[in-house]
Design a protein around this ligand. Structure first.
Ligand code: ACO
Ligand code: ZN
Length: 173
């Protein structure tokens, strides 16, 4: 294994028997499977590789006994703040997070979010945001516990017509 691969596989957090570590190119097929099984929002294979290439620090996976059970995929962006009126900010955008159903409720989602937020801070982001379906109460509750609050609502955001809540949190304090 190359030194780079070793670095990329370094464990950033542990929860239960699960390791949270950076995603690697070899993990992408499992990430795509997890997404297919758990979320109605899918992306092209290219999209995952592109995000990993551009934002490797904030693309994390959860693993147990060599099996991938969850991921969080983020982008660092610069644009209008979701927290300050008219201000600009460097923002960590949580594009997608999922944990396989049989591994939920064990703190993996929380650990993935916390670790990605730490990585966003390291990339000097000052806030984090995401979109979530208005009916996804489990995910909304998780985000609220992590300090995210609703900043706006986007009608008909999803292909099936459902609305999204934009939720945002201040980072690094
Ligand atoms: N299943 C689910 N939740 C449970 C279960 C269970 N069997 N048992 C208990 N819970 C509760 C827990 O009490 C926990 O709350 P707590 O922190 O107060 O204990 C909470 O539900 C879940 O917290 P975690 O265990 O940290 O999170 P989890 O690993 O279950 O992952 C996630 C949460 C990612 C939202 C998961 O439910 C999932 O993959 N959902 C489907 C995909 C999805 O909706 N993703 C978010 C879309 S929005 C976006 O991607 C920006
Ligand atoms: Zn988004």
């Amino acid at each position: 294994m190359s030194e780079f691969a070793d670095l990329q596989k370094a464990v950033v957090a542990r929860v239960g028997g699960y390791d949270i570590r950076r995603c690697d190119r070899e993990d992408i097929p499992s990430v795509i499977n997890t997404n297919m099984d758990t979320l109605p929002e899918h992306y092209s294979d290219y999209f995952y590789y592109e995000i990993l290439a551009e934002f490797p620090e904030t693309f994390l996976v959860a693993e147990i006994d060599g099996a991938l059970v969850g991921y969080v995929m983020c982008r660092i962006e610069y644009g209008f703040s979701h927290l300050k009126r008219l201000g600009l900010a460097r923002k960590g955008h949580v594009v997608s997070i999922a944990v396989k159903p049989e591994h939920r409720g064990k703190g993996i989602g929380t650990a993935l979010m916390r670790a990605s937020q730490d990585a966003m801070v390291a990339k000097t982001a000052t806030e984090s945001y995401l979109e979530v379906r208005v009916t996804n109460s489990e995910a909304i509750a998780l985000y609220q516990r992590l300090g995210y609050a609703v900043s706006s609502r986007l009608e008909a955001y999803y292909k099936d017509g459902e609305a999204a809540l934009v939720m945002a949190a201040k980072l690094g304090q």
